[in-house]
Design a protein around this ligand. Structure first.
Ligand SMILES: Cc1cc2nc3c(=O)[nH]c(=O)nc-3n(C[C@H](O)[C@H](O)[C@H](O)COP(=O)(O)OP(=O)(O)OC[C@H]3O[C@@H](n4cnc5c(N)ncnc54)[C@H](O)[C@@H]3O)c2cc1C
Length: 811
């Protein structure tokens, strides 16, 4: 065994082997894999081996497409068979809503370059005669679906990695991890110790235990999962004889089963509602080649329905039932990437679909390690998307919810109930009393919209405009005509202090840093010039800056900030989290309202747009920023949490005769659309450059040095390949949500990133990206956006439809 390596990968399941292979492919040869037992001896050996491209997140879907495409390459390099069956798959819709969902998935597949086709039921029946047509309304064919041999595939990765220079140590259990002063890791095993520059946790069923070796409690939990294999079936034999090929895979969303051919029988698995976590506290180290006791009663409701939908199955004998555990994160997507606060410690865990996702995870992680960046948008599987609120019991509740909803539709306006409320502010009860419908924002309850008296505060879930529509309209009009109040505790807030603070921020951000009392808006770029952040920064005094950003990205950003702190201690960084909470007031009467609560001069000259000041507001020591995301006149008022309730009460009392209304996040997002403002994680993501996103005025290329400057210069010179556009859409009763294809002259040329209704401008609005060369085509109806399977005409808005001159915001 080597004593020093560049990378030690812990875990020889399909994911660890993929990471190892991709590291060698990226050029790192001094890499080893440590496996407690044999390769595949976690969840991998008993997998059903199915693969597909379907995923709620388009970027993960793309990575799944990559994984599936990789198997031919692996077979070629290794000479090992992956046991591939590329039989295609049918997704069967039983309701209008499920069909709409499939239409959306099909539309999205167009711009992802994935091959799908919508089918009528007779067409689906011709492909899969086992089904009973009357239970379904339509289907989608996914050509990339198939299945493989988990053992052969894992060995194909492993052999390809060995050919690339990697070494694999079997029967070598990692027992401890210790970070040295030089930043490297001492990896203790039962066969001796290795010093590694990087460690990858690909521990699968033991990922939690490996995490605990470095003091991490990763949000990951294993669930029991059952599938059964039937005896050979005459219907399958007949189909194979007649057609000369296998039956396609199928997912029946109604009965929550997936199925595929195996030999001349069928494999049938289900994600049951009455699901059961496995080893919720500690995974025993001696678990390996065992299976769990099957419990057919638990999956009986799905089987009964499935047998009705596929009657031939009811007659088939059951050859074996497999019950095995595999791991999930709270949202079902993997946990990948470097861990904040633990340089050199990487995760490749919670991969619930190792044969759809393992290749993509390996590719992303290897590029991240070798180049400092995953190379594409991996946010949906970034380990940084969870904060400290994702505790073990939270994870348990959420994973069970996710597992039992595996084949359920998640509607765009649907908030899932498990493990809520997790975090609340002092305003939680009063907001509920005001009729608030709450949403989960990075673990924090946040008002989405307010039901007036007599209206039930509850969303009717739908892909179309729903019951909140008239109420959000009232909120938007209220803001634009009088003054509105909204809670903004969910923003991320940071303090950067020290003699090196200005230089540090100037190096990280594209804009110049503000002078004391002023605010700047600024993107943050990676070395490749792609957007990795978008912040509001205020200078509170010499060497002291306050900064606001996206709540969901707090750990993601802290990871980057910490990695770039100067080693001399001249900069101190602090994340407030809920130690600083806020209320925003916005609308034409907001100045009058603020003036009633403070004796400071808040006149248009005394407190200008983008001014920042500490002042007493409603008796509370507050920080006030003259900014608002509504694009109207407005202020953000920030206080310590113990003042928030008093601040709120006094704002309400002072605003009553000004027509003060409450508004929620959904109204805020509509209002910003009327101003063409982009949003982090929708329009602003690490696949776009600052100029492509139209953030030119926040990039100061005259600054001598900032991260990504060279790439930004090159992008400015070339014009970039994409351009963010704002569109007015001829929508019917459904607005753009995001991820719809944008058409131009009969071709898909781009995608929408977000949309909604502009209540004050009375138009359906959207934003998205198209090739830069088409962004000047302002002809009416020059574009189309495909909403729920229908192409709706869309026109570029060269200017914001509301207050194009910005006079309301700046006045
Ligand atoms: C019944 C069932 C059906 C499934 N069907 C499918 C399917 O059809 N398609 C699909 O894509 N996925 C399926 N899966 C899921 C799939 O099995 C997982 O996604 C995949 O196995 C995850 O691989 P992994 O490498 O992350 O974890 P694991 O396979 O658990 O591998 C982790 C490895 O790490 C080793 N290890 C852990 N800790 C240490 C340590 N301290 N030192 C050394 N070694 C260590 C373990 O021994 C193990 O070999 C199914 C799972 C089950 C249970």
């Amino acid at each position: 065994m080597k004593t020093h390596v560049r990378v030690a990968v812990i875990g020889g399941g399909v994911v660890g082997c993929s990471v190892l292979y991709h590291l060698t492919k990226a050029g790192w040869k001094d890499v080893v894999l440590l496996e407690r037992d044999q390769l595949t001896s976690g969840s991998t050996w008993h997998a059903a081996g199915g693969f597909h491209t379907l995923n709620g997140d388009p970027n993960v879907a793309k990575l799944q497409g990559y994984t599936i495409g990789l198997y031919d390459e692996l077979e070629k390099i290794s000479g090992e068979s992956c046991g591939l069956h590329r039989s295609g798959g049918l997704l069967l819709a039983d309701t209008k809503e499920r069909m709409e969902w499939l239409k959306m998935a099909h539309a999205r597949a167009r711009y992802l370059g994935l091959e799908t086709e919508l089918l009528t039921m007779p067409e689906a029946k011709a492909l899969l005669p086992l089904l009973e047509e009357q239970y379904f309304v339509g289907a989608m064919l996914d050509a990339a679906d198939g299945n493989l041999d988990p053992y052969g595939t894992t060995h194909a990765y492993a052999k390809s990695a060995r050919i690339g220079g990697a070494e694999i140590y079997l029967h070598t259990r990692v027992t401890g991890l210790k970070r040295r002063g030089d930043g490297t890791w001492d990896v203790s095993t039962d066969k001796g110790s290795i010093n590694a520059e990087h460690v990858v946790n690909a521990g699968g069923l033991w990922a939690r235990e490996v995490g605990r070796m470095v003091g991490l409690e990763l949000p990951v939990l294993a669930m029991e999962h059952m599938y059964l294999v039937t005896d050979d079936m005459p219907e399958v034999i007949e189909f194979n004889r007649e057609h000369g090929h296998e039956l396609p895979h199928a997912i029946d969303f109604k009965s929550e089963i997936y199925m595929r051919q195996e030999h001349q029988g069928i494999v049938l698995g289900t994600y049951e509602r009455a699901c059961v976590p496995w080893q919720p506290h500690v995974t025993p180290w001696d678990f390996g080649a065992q299976l769990l006791e099957p419990d057919l009663d638990r999956i009986a409701p799905s089987l009964e329905l499935g047998f009705k939908h596929f009657p031939a199955m009811a007659k088939a004998g059951i050859k074996r039932v497999i019950n095995g555990p595999f791991t999930f994160s709270p949202d079902g997507n993997p946990l990948v990437g470097p861990v904040q606060g633990l340089p050199g410690f990487w995760c490749a865990c919670a991969v619930m679909a190792g044969f759809s996702q393992g290749g993509g995870v390996g590719l992303a992680l290897s590029q991240w390690m070798v180049n400092g960046d995953p190379g594409f948008d991996v946010w949906a599987m970034d380990v940084a998307r969870y904060g400290e609120w994702a505790t073990r019991s939270y994870t348990n509740e959420k994973v069970r919810e996710n597992y039992s909803r595996r084949f359920s539709i998640r509607f765009p306006n649907e908030e899932l109930p498990a493990a809520r409320p997790q975090q609340t502010t002092a305003l939680y009860d009063v907001m509920l009393a005001q009729g608030a419908v709450m949403g989960d924002s990075w673990g924090l309850e946040t008002p989405l919209w307010f039901a007036p008296k007599g209206v039930e505060p509850k969303d009717v879930i739908s892909f179309h405009r729903s019951n909140d529509f008239p109420h959000i309209k009232a909120e938007c009009l209220g803001v634009r005509s009088t003054v509105g109040l909204t809670e903004i505790a969910n923003f991320a807030k940071y303090e950067i202090v020290g003699e090196g603070a200005e230089a540090y921020l100037a190096k990280l951000m594209t804009n110049r840093m503000p002078v004391p009392g002023r605010i700047v808006l600024t993107p943050m770029l990676n070395r490749q010039g792609k957007l990795i952040g978008d912040f509001t920064i205020a200078c509170a005094g010499p060497g002291r800056y306050l900064m606001w950003g996206s709540s969901q990205a707090q750990i993601y950003h802290m990871r980057w900030f910490e990695a770039h702190l100067p080693p001399d201690g001249s900069v101190r960084l602090h994340r407030f989290d809920l130690g600083l909470v806020g209320i925003s007031i916005a609308g034409p009467h907001s100045r009058e309202l603020l003036s009633r609560l403070t004796d400071e001069d808040v006149s248009s000259k005394g407190f200008r747009f983008l001014d920042h000041r500490s002042m007493d507001v409603a008796n509370c020591p507050a920080i006030v920023n003259r900014v608002t995301y509504t694009g109207d006149l407005g202020y953000e008022i920030w206080v310590a949490p113990e003042y928030q309730r008093g601040l709120y009460d006094r704002i309400c009392a002072a605003g009553r005769d000004l027509g003060l209304i409450h508004f929620g996040m959904r109204a805020l997002l509509c209002l910003r659309l009327e101003k063409n403002f982009p949003t982090w994680f929708r329009e602003l993501r690490p696949i776009y450059g600052a100029f492509e996103a139209g953030l030119d005025r926040f990039v100061d290329l005259s600054k001598p040095d900032f991260i990504g400057r060279d790439a930004a210069l090159a992008e400015k010179a070339s014009g970039g390949s994409l351009r963010r556009i704002s569109l007015a859409v001829d929508a019917l009763d459904a607005d753009v949500l995001g991820d719809e294809p944008i058409w131009h002259q009969g071709k898909v040329i781009g995608w929408a990133t977000s949309g909604g209704y502009g209540h004050c401008v009375e138009r359906s609005l959207a934003q998205g990206y198209v090739p830069a060369s088409l962004a000047q085509d302002t002809r009416a109806g020059a574009f189309e956006v495909e909403i729920l399977g229908e192409r709706r005409a869309a026109t570029i808005l060269a200017e914001p439809p509301f207050d194009a001159s910005g006079s309301r915001m700046r006045g």
